[in-house]
Design a protein around this ligand. Structure first.
Ligand SMILES: Cc1cc2nc3c(=O)[nH]c(=O)nc-3n(C[C@H](O)[C@H](O)[C@H](O)COP(=O)(O)OP(=O)(O)OC[C@H]3O[C@@H](n4cnc5c(N)ncnc54)[C@H](O)[C@@H]3O)c2cc1C
Length: 393
């Protein structure tokens, strides 16, 4: 077995959305690796610009939605639910548990059977009739449950602060890494680390010895770039699923969430989620293949009208922000696997060294719902790529 007391292998996470941050934190929690995050921007700067981001404006609601493959999502979503439920006990996390309903459409539309996640006891899932106080007129009834909602403009900074406290270093490049496949991603990351290292004059010693570990060539890269993976690793099965959300201050207090049940007939759905004490996120659109980052007034009005029909306090609500997000939807579902890049030999450039890229992207409409479970699996894959690393006490 290798001498693991020498230094910790360097793992570089690319991307600082909900997937990159939870992955970096989970890697750091093992205390086996030196962890660096490299990203074009942090989500704090992402909401208002035109770049491809998702996490900052996400509804932050735990509910599996357009997130596959179901067989794997079951475990990832369940373990994320446990973490987010625990987060809700810490008052400053930005995560809170809310009660709410998934509304059933009136006949003749078919009422969908309870989803697989109805069995998770944390949710207190129950079928309710039309006379339930949370069911507005015009619906057959619904499914009641209690679920975490992360206020993303609070939760993401909390995660970044935790990562910094855990020794994770975050480098915001302000520009795209440019690559087209896994070998060139390795090359691009190694090149950027070399530049950062010389610019900062900070070789970054690891906390076990004097080796220059922190900005050394990474042993493993974890690709958490969401929709950015289309360009970065050439994944053409990844496509945007455009969604518009509007943050409003309701005309009277609203507590909890309401969503129409997806019926699979392509109808636009209304959902209304608590986002802090006096704010609601109103959403519901899902348009695959649409890269547009603008929200025409007519689309926003239709969205607010649908929501007002479900929650009257949306009528006359003050609009605080509107946002267009692109969900990273992938034909085969989430890509969470290792790609081994063999040494090419010959030219002596970074590509020749080979390496491992662990991909963790393509979370569609459920990145918040599965983030911690996927991070755990990414840690397992990193561990499999670096089998000789053990904790040296
Ligand atoms: C309207 C809407 C509502 C949603 N609501 C919910 C919800 O309620 N619950 C839920 O679970 N999910 C929801 N989602 C989905 C969820 O937001 C996404 O699945 C999740 O945010 C994806 O996170 P990510 O970290 O993979 O991607 P992102 O947040 O997009 O992060 C990608 C990161 O990679 C970096 N990056 C990308 N390309 C490059 C590059 N070339 N070089 C350097 N860095 C790069 C970016 O800078 C960024 O830091 C919603 C999505 C939308 C659009």
């Amino acid at each position: 077995m290798a001498d693991t007391t020498a230094h910790r292998p360097h793992v570089v996470v690319v991307g600082a959305g909900i997937i990159g941050l939870t992955t970096a934190l989970s890697l750091a929690a093992t205390r086996l690796y030196t962890v660096t995050v490299v990203t074009r921007d942090t989500d704090a700067t992402a909401v208002d610009d035109k770049r491809v981001y998702t996490s900052a404006g996400s509804g932050g609601f735990w509910m599996p939605f357009h997130c596959d493959p179901e067989a794997l999502v079951r475990g990832w979503a369940a373990s994320t639910l446990d973490v987010l439920t625990a987060e809700a006990h810490s008052p400053d996390s930005g995560v809170n548990i809310f009660p709410g309903v998934l509304l059933h459409p009136q006949a003749p539309a078919a009422v969908p059977p309870p989803p697989w996640w109805a069995a998770l006891p944390t949710l207190s899932f129950a079928t309710v009739d039309a006379d339930h106080p949370r069911v507005p007129p015009g619906y057959e009834g619904g499914y009641y449950f209690e679920s975490p909602i992360a206020e993303m403009d609070v939760y993401l900074p909390v995660l970044r602060a935790r990562a910094a406290a855990a020794g994770v270093r975050l480098f915001v490049l302000g520009e795209d890494l440019v690559a087209g496949d896994a070998p060139s991603l390795l090359t691009a990351v190694r090149a950027v680390l070399t530049t950062l290292s010389s610019e900062s004059g900070d070789g970054g010693t690891c906390d076990r010895c004097e080796c220059v570990a922190a900005l050394a060539p990474p042993s493993v890269i974890v690709n958490c770039t969401g929709l950015g993976a289309v360009a970065l690793v050439g994944d053409t099965t990844l496509t945007p699923a455009r969604g518009v959300t509007v943050v409003v201050e309701p005309s009277s207090p609203v507590s909890g969430f309401v969503s129409e049940t997806p019926t699979g007939d392509g109808r636009e759905l209304a959902y209304i989620l608590n986002r802090g004490p006096k704010r609601l996120t109103v959403g519901g659109t899902y348009h695959e293949g649409d890269w547009s980052r603008s929200a025409p007034a007519v689309e926003v009005k239709a969205l607010l009208d649908r929501a007002a029909a479900v929650v009257p306090a949306v009528t006359g609500a003050k609009v605080l922000r509107q946002w267009v997000g692109l969900r990273p939807a992938r034909a085969a579902g989430i890509r969470l696997e290792s790609e081994w890049v063999p040494p090419a030999g010959g030219t002596g450039d970074a590509r020749d060294q080979g390496g491992v890229v662990v991909h963790n992207y393509g979370h569609g409409g459920g990145g918040v719902t599965v983030c911690w479970g996927c991070a755990k699996e990414a840690v397992r894959l990193v561990g499999a790529a670096l089998p000789d690393v053990v904790v040296a006490e």
